[in-house]
Design a protein around this ligand. Sequence first.
Ligand code: ADP
Ligand code: MG
Length: 255
Amino acid sequence: MTPPALEVRNLHKRFGDLEVLKGVDLVAHDGAVISILGSSGSGKSTLLRCINLLENPNEGQIIVAGEEMKLKPGRDGALVSADNKQINRLRARVGFVFQSFNLWPHMSILDNIIEAPRRVLGQPKADAIAAAELFLEKVGIADKRHSFPAQLSGGQQQRAAIARTLAMQPRVILFDEPTSALDPEMVQEVLSVIRALADEGRTMLLVTHEMGFARQVSSEVVFLHKGQVEEIGTPEQVFEHSKSERCRQFMSSHK
Ligand code: ADP
Ligand code: MG
């Protein structure tokens, strides 16, 4: 049997005395689109950041395509990667799209996209450029390839950031509120790119406050409350037949 694209087991994360993740389990099979909902401060970003080790968890396992991350206790007691090559492999396999785009401001859009494929995957420049142009076309900004990030609208920058992530041929893409920093008129253009990725069977974890979108696009919805999975199920189960009172309250206050 093929292992899941991503599996998280018993993930714990503390910041000092504050326990932000209290044993989170999550499985994303190939093609799954899992939306993660929850109030501000419930641990959604920390969960995504721990998955690709932008934050070091205190306990738990992260398994990507069957390969378990080797972790060892670091100086502050949190677990750190025990293998530098493996962490590069993890970050190549698990793409991250941030709320604030995080493009390199001094590089053209094209250079932003080819940087990691060239350096991390060792792609020849011509191949990296050819691939980048396809991804730019896919997200609808092929005409911006020689522009710099500051010359693009927020929606275009986020689409460039998505193209940059795709260029690494990730197995899983994590989106952390990809439309929260955008002016309202730009939200749809980014959501429609994400929808197209879902339609082509990409495996994705999506933190979002766009409830209608999450409902339409997800194969599964997770409601996180104070660092724990309070509810998990199909969109219909979680949005309409939630067993948890907290989850029902959250849903009705985010309509
Ligand atoms: P969400 O994304 O669901 O809004 P976060 O994962 O960002 O929540 O944060 C969860 C909790 O962890 C919050 O109380 C937040 O203040 C705290 N937190 C997040 N990052 C840090 C950090 N680097 N240092 C200390 N506390 C943090
Ligand atoms: Mg967050």
